[in-house]
Design a protein. Sequence first.
Length: 135
Amino acid sequence: MISLHHLKTGDTVITSYGGVEKPGKILQVDHEDKKVLVATDNDTNEFWYDLDNLYSIPLDEATLLRLQFHLDTNQSGNGKGRLYVRGPFSVRMHEPGNQPLLQLHYRDETRNLNAPITLNELQNHYHGMTNFHLE
């Protein structure tokens, strides 16, 4: 189950209703009722979801490529991990067992993460480092 305090407006999650799963964008988080307003189907359908019906999207290469990151082949490999770049922001993914597992870098700030993260967590790190939302 996804944690309410990890969710912010603009984050991308998977919604589940009636056995159908769809990606959606968070429009609002209601901390009091513990519900989240999510837009799916190209922002045409908006529904309030309980946390039991929301799932995180794992962060992997395919997800980064959909977010318009590209693999920097000059800076990848040789035990350095794979480097994905989008403008001045980069994500270095190391092989499991290495520390740090992920390294996020933007200008003069670097964050070393020792555990896998999800797409919405990357979006929150990105916003915290750049003041822009990653979509």
